[in-house]
Ligand binder design. Structure first.
Ligand code: GLN
Length: 451
């Protein structure tokens, strides 16, 4: 039924880059046989899922939204993919994304943008716009995203779906093509809170193949996702994440969500996190710095595309020509910013300084979580903007990440939950919830109570 739905609507949405019809049908049949044989199956066995095209899936094209990986089929599964398979989930295909997860609109995909099912002239968020749009257009009930600076939560917010960025280290990064390794984290996307929690519990947990994986039990997310009240919970509204630049309709729905939290029994206070305002600036030095190093592996020798290999060019020329042809403008911009920020003479002034800001942001969180159990803000300052509106203005595009970035820099858990439609334009608004490291269950408790 989901493959039929995809055939019917995806030429208007473009959520998928590749469908694995044979693989999906084979998995579905296997689950059916097991069920007929009376085997006990997990809660998500047989449930279809859309996978962001940044996770390696054996023998299936994995492009990261880039020409430079065209034709590459990974010889192995990412740990997340292996866990999905073990739990019997049916992976329908790979979803569209900004090239190498750099962007907030999916317009940086080399294969054309994804459209927001609520209004197809608007962006579905990014970088994981394909995953969230597949949910909002009922092409898949579950999806996997990755979040380096907001790429699960912001697309969730602008498509009216649930998106959770687990604690850094909570979900394995093995087989997740690296953008910024100290920030990247895969997580669940769904249309409701319990579905997201079930998917979270399938993909989370210690993995010896990821050196930053946390060796601790997975927080009790499924139990938390069945909460009905918030009695005894202390909620902090982040003072710095509002005001100038936030649409009135977004602020109105956010205030209403906060009122609902107190009606449900939470104690709501205002909290100041003074360094959050510097998050964007620090992120846009740290993320490009790590990217400039991580993306060095795409050299025309190891993976996918190779240009100029005609016997007349040196190896160095082939690398240059391949990278020139294979990378899009945003990826090149980030590699240049990162290379510059890491260069001798500038390293202390840019990269070193950004790392200090990162520490100050972590301390803001530590101090806040001494007073409250979770923090809240809008997920993103505006609802879905129009396709093309910000493509020529990278700084305007980067502002979409204002509220989401602090949690990536500090590594704590965060999520976006639907908070109704903006009275300004009738488009979805998200409630952003931030919890301490390895307290991911608190996100689900809040999400379930407000749902
Ligand atoms: N929009 C942010 C960026 O462009 C975040 C991307 C992400 O989380 N992958 O870097």
């Amino acid at each position: 039924a989901h493959l039929d739905r995809i055939a019917k609507v995806d030429d208007r949405i473009h959520a998928f880059l590749h469908l694995d019809v044979d693989g999906a049908m084979a998995t579905a049949r296997r689950v059916d046989e097991k069920s007929a044989a009376g085997e006990t199956l997990g809660p998500l066995a047989g449930v279809p899922l859309a996978l962001k095209d940044v996770l390696a899936m054996k023998d299936v094209p994995t492009t990261c939204g880039s020409r430079i990986l065209e034709g590459w089929r990974p010889p192995y599964d990412a740990t997340v993919v292996r866990r999905l398979r073990d739990a019997g989930l049916v992976i329908l295909g790979k979803t569209n994304m900004d090239e190498f997860a750099m962007g907030s609109s999916t317009e940086n995909s080399a294969f054309g943008p994804t459209r927001n099912p609520w209004d197809t002239d608007r962006i579905p968020g990014g970088s994981g716009g394909g995953s969230s749009a597949s949910l909002a257009s009922f092409q898949a009930p579950l999806a996997i995203g990755t979040d380096t600076g907001g790429s699960i939560r912001q697309p969730g917010s602008v498509t009216g779906t649930v998106g959770v960025k687990p604690t850094y280290g909570g979900v394995s990064r093995y087989g997740l093509v690296a953008f910024s390794s100290s920030l990247d984290q895969a997580g669940p996307c769904a249309r409701n809170v319990l579905d997201a929690a079930l998917l979270h519990s399938v993909i989370a947990g210690y993995d010896p193949l990821d050196s930053t994986s946390i060796d601790m039990p997975v927080p009790p997310v499924v139990v938390a996702a069945q909460a009905t009240d918030l009695r005894g919970m202390r909620v902090g509204v982040v003072k710095e994440l509002g005001g100038e630049g936030f649409q009135p309709g977004v602020e109105q729905r956010f205030r209403e969500a906060v009122d609902l939290l107190s009606e449900l029994g939470a104690e709501v206070v205002e909290v100041s996190c003074p360094h959050f305002t510097y998050g964007l600036a620090a992120y846009y030095l740290i993320a490009p710095s790590e990217a400039s190093s991580n993306l060095a592996r795409f050299d025309g020798m190891r993976y996918g595309l190779r240009t100029g290999d005609d016997g007349r060019h040196s190896a160095e020329d082939v690398m240059t020509l391949t990278r020139e042809a294979g990378f899009g403008a945003e990826v090149k911009r980030r590699i240049m910013i990162g290379t510059y920020a890491l260069s001798s003479g500038y390293y202390d002034a840019y990269y070193g300084q950004a790392q200090k800001v990162r520490t100050l942001i972590s301390r803001d969180f530590d101090r806040a979580f001494e007073q409250v159990d979770v923090l809240v803000s809008p997920t993103t300052p505006t609802t879905a903007f129009r396709i093309g509106e910000r493509v020529d203005d990278p700084l305007a595009m980067y502002k979409a990440d204002l509220c989401t970035i602090p949690s990536n820099l500090a590594g704590n858990a965060s999520a976006s939950f639907p908070a109704g439609l903006s009275p300004d334009d009738g488009l979805p608004v998200g409630l952003h919830v931030m919890a301490p490291v390895m307290a991911d269950d608190r996100l689900y408790r809040v999400g379930a109570a407000v749902e």
